[in-house]
Structures are given as structure tokens and as C-alpha cells.
Ligand binder design. Structure first.
Ligand code: ARG
Length: 466
């Protein structure tokens, strides 16, 4: 039988004859990961004591003394002179211990009135993630700026565009690079829209049913820079959809990066030979001296998988949880912290890799017309000559077969052979048999024609310069 352990660091001694068993204390403990919320907990406590004061539970002198003590506590944390102890169950109990050390038991002991760790933690996770969302946002904006810069540098370079990973139609390299910027723009929008939902304050909900002390939750919300208190105390203490949604956005960012990562890995192979990674953004092999590996891109791909795991774990924690607070909810933090940490490592490295990689322009351009990538242009040219598209598709298909059989590129077929394949294939078709012509003609909205790409650059610069 396990013996009851110590109750040092616990916030709930009175009803118990002893502290929890060591195994239980170890299971319960969250201080090793929630300590990162210390600064947010102190801000929450500061807001809470002003509500206590305005409801008459603290006089002005006590309020000032507590505010000073909290400032001192924060300073000690930042300097490293106040640290969490293994006996502290969580960030809340550690900080109460710290506050009492500075303000004394009597004054420090007044602070807990009218709040519970349940409304406290539900608030902190929001204020913490709101700050982190700004860090992620700044990293995303820099990444978009890098993509725009690389697109401008290679504004008119042509490359093979692919569907099913097969050559399809030529596109501009700039258009391709910017195609990786737009999903990130949507991630930025998602973060901004998420912030609107996240900026609500659970403080005042108490453990679950609301507080009896007449504390003003709007005052707390205002002090924390949040829009308003949440309307339902059961919901505010027990919901974590706001954490899950944030986790989804992080995961989506990871997935968006992983798609470019995969291309970069392929582009860096000898077979493709499209790009060369900068030495600072690639790694070698311990055994094969010739190797230069795209580890940053591989880690981006791998970390997207890791974040999917974090998100799936978080959602599974929430599934089927009855109202209101359950301790299961403590499991929301490690996955979302992991996602935050993962992105803060990944985004600068990924941006650096994209910023410094060099393109083998001759190679990329020489492949732009390979794989009969101008066949659609032939078919569409026929449509412009009033050939029904069904027939145009058929005629072009025959032309491609003829080229394959005779080992010719489309533009190498003679006028007489063109005429033999179809009477509609007059020599004028040659005007669309150039990559430049093909690209120029794709000038419809969102197309790869240069003016459309320049419009994208203007639009993206508005986002990165804001
Ligand atoms: N560490 C807890 C969590 O993250 C804080 C709330 C604890 N509440 C409680 N009733 N035990 O959810």
C-alpha cells in the first residue's frame, strides 16, 4: 500500500487527513509544463485583485501591496531567483507560495477568494495562446515575404506545371512559388479570426457555477485586454474548443509547409536538379561524404505529422467529456505547447531554406515544354477556330501519338504531317506552340500570365508591409 505523502504545495489541505500518495502527486503534477504560464497567471491575479478591491474585499493599501508583491514575484521569476519546486503541484500553487513569501500569509491568503483554478487556467490558456498567435503571425509574414522576394527574382522563369505529378502545362516559377504563399495568407486570416473568438474571459466562473462575491468579471476581462466575460460559467470553465481550433491552425500551417517541403526534397534530387540548397540549410551524412541532405524540408514534413498527432490527441481528450471541468482538461496543454514550440523552431528554418536555395534556371526552363505540355494550347487554339472541344481533344490526342511514335516534339511536326492528322491543323497553330505564348495566353483571373502574377505580388506585399 502506498503511504499518504506530504501536502506541501497543495491548495486544499483542510478536508484531508494527509497529502496525496507520492504516485498520485506525481500523476497530478503539471508544474513541469504549465510553469510557462507563470507570467499570464500573475497578470490574471493582478486583474482579479482589482475586482476583489472594487467589490470591497481588499482596501486600497492592500491592493497596492499585493500589486507590488506580484511585480516583485514576476521580477524574481524573470531573474530566476523564484523557481518552481517539485512539490508545487501546478503553476497556480507555486505562484501562491511565491506571493505568500513576499506579501505574507494573511494578505497573500486573501487572493484566492472568488476564483478557482478552473476559471483561472481556462483564462490563462487563452491569454498565453493570444500572445503566441502573434509570434506565429510574425513568422508567417516573414515567410510570405521570402516567397514574394523569390518570386520577384524569378518573375518570368518558365517551368513545367504538374497535375498527378506528371507534366501538364507550363507555368511561371513565380506563380508556383506564390501558390505556396496563399495558403499561408489564409492561415493568417484563420489566426486573426480565431483571436476574435479567443478574446473572452472565463474569469468569474469560479469552479463551475459562478461566484457569490459580486466580483465584476468585466473589470477582469478589461484588465486582461479581453473583449468581455464569457456568458456561461459551465461552458467557460470546461470548453477547450478554442485550444483545439488554435491547434488546428498550427497543424494546417505545418501541413501547408509540408507540401512545399515535399517538392523541395524532390527538386533537390539529381533526377530533377531544379534547386541547390544552401550549405547552411542542409546537412551532410556521417558515412557518405558526397551527401547533401534536405533535412529542413524533411523535418517540416515530419513535424506536420507530429502536429497532426498533437491535434488528434487533444480532440480525443475533449470527446465525450461531461460538463463541467474534468481533470482530463489538464491534458490540453502539452499538445498545444508542443505545436507552439514546433512552429517556433520550424518557421525560421524553413524561411531561411527557401530564402537561400538557388534555382537551376536552365534546367527548369528546358523542361517547361517537355511532356507535350502545350497540347492543351493546341486544343484550345482549335476551339478558337470553331472546332468543337470534343473533336479538338481528339485531334490533339492524335497529334501527340504521332509525336510519340516519331520521337518528335509538337513544334517539330511538318506542315504536311499536321494537315494529314487533321484538316483543322493549319500551320498557324505554330503560334501557340511556344511556352511563352502559352503562358501569356493564360491571362484569366488567377492564371499564370505575367500580369496576373504581378497582381498577386502587389496584393501579397500589402499583407507583408502592414
Ligand atoms: N492543472 C489544472 C489544469 O490544467 C488546473 C486546474 C485544476 N483544477 C482542479 N480542480 N484540480 O486543468
Amino acid at each position: 500500500m502506498a503511504t499518504p505523502g506530504s501536502d506541501a504545495g497543495a491548495l486544499w489541505g483542510g478536508r484531508f487527513e494527509g497529502g496525496p500518495a507520492d504516485a498520485v502527486a506525481a500523476l497530478s503534477r503539471s508544474i513541469h509544463f504549465d510553469w510557462r504560464l507563470a507570467k499570464y497567471d500573475i497578470a490574471g491575479t493582478k486583474a482579479h485583485i482589482s475586482a476583489l478591491q472594487s467589490a470591497g474585499y481588499l482596501n486600497t493599501v492592500e491592493l497596492q501591496k499585493l500589486e507590488k508583491s506580484l511585480d516583485e514575484l514576476l521580477k524574481r521569476i524573470e531573474q530566476g531567483s523564484f523557481v518552481a519546486k517539485p512539490t508545487d503541484e501546478d503553476v497556480h500553487s507555486a505562484l501562491e507560495r511565491g506571493l505568500i513569501e513576499i506579501a505574507g500569509t494573511e494578505l497573500g491568503g486573501k487572493v484566492r477568494a472568488g476564483r478557482s483554478r478552473n476559471d483561472q487556467i481556462a483564462t490563462l490558456i487563452r491569454t498565453y495562446l493570444l500572445d503566441e498567435s502573434k509570434v506565429i503571425e510574425a513568422n508567417l509574414v516573414s515567410y510570405i515575404a521570402v516567397l514574394v522576394e523569390r518570386a520577384e527574382e524569378h518573375i518570368a522563369i518558365v517551368m513545367p506545371g504538374r497535375t498527378h505529378f506528371q507534366h501538364a502545362q507550363p507555368v511561371l516559377l513565380s506563380h508556383h512559388l506564390l501558390a505556396h504563399a496563399w495558403p499561408i495568407v489564409r492561415d493568417l486570416e484563420r489566426l486573426a479570426q480565431w483571436r476574435v473568438r479567443a478574446r473572452f474571459s472565463p474569469y468569474g466562473a469560479g469552479a463551475l457555477a459562478g461566484n457569490t462575491l459580486g466580483l465584476d468579471p468585466s473589470l477582469v476581462a478589461e484588465k486582461l485586454g479581453l473583449s468581455a466575460p464569457m456568458p456561461n460559467s459551465l461552458d467557460s470553465t470546461s470548453s477547450r474548443d478554442v485550444v483545439a481550433e488554435f491547434g488546428f491552425i498550427c497543424t494546417m500551417i505545418g501541413i501547408n509547409l509540408s507540401r512545399f517541403a515535399e517538392e523541395i526534397i524532390v527538386w533537390a534530387t539529381a533526377e530533377f536538379g531544379y534547386i541547390k540548397l544552401d550549405d547552411a540549410y542542409s546537412t551532410g551524412s556521417s558515412i557518405m561524404p558526397q551527401k547533401k541532405n534536405p533535412d529542413v524540408a524533411e523535418l517540416a514534413r515530419g513535424k506536420a505529422g507530429r502536429m497532426i498527432g498533437d491535434l488528434a490527441g487533444l480532440l480525443a481528450t475533449l470527446k465525450g467529456l461531461p460538463l463541467a471541468y474534468n481533470r482530463d482538461l489538464q491534458e490540453d496543454k502539452e499538445p498545444v505547447f508542443d505545436m507552439v514550440d514546433t512552429l517556433s523552431l520550424l518557421l525560421p528554418a524553413f524561411s531561411g531554406m527557401v530564402q537561400t536555395m538557388t534555382f537551376n534556371l536552365d534546367r527548369i526552363e528546358s523542361l517547361a515544354s517537355a511532356g507535350f505540355s502545350l497540347a492543351t494550347d493546341v486544343a484550345e487554339w482549335l476551339v478558337k477556330q470553331h472546332v468543337p472541344f470534343r473533336d479538338a481533344h481528339e485531334i490533339t490526342g492524335k497529334l501527340v501519338t504521332f509525336c510519340e511514335q516519331n520521337k518528335l516534339e509538337l513544334h517539330e511536326v511538318s506542315d504536311s504531317d499536321l494537315a494529314k492528322i487533321s484538316k483543322h491543323l493549319s500551320p498557324e497553330v505554330r503560334e501557340v506552340l511556344s511556352v511563352a505564348g502559352s503562358i501569356k495566353s493564360r491571362s484569366g483571373a488567377g492564371g499564370t500570365a505575367l500580369p496576373r502574377v504581378l497582381e498577386q505580388i502587389t496584393a501579397l506585399k500589402k499583407i507583408t508591409h502592414n
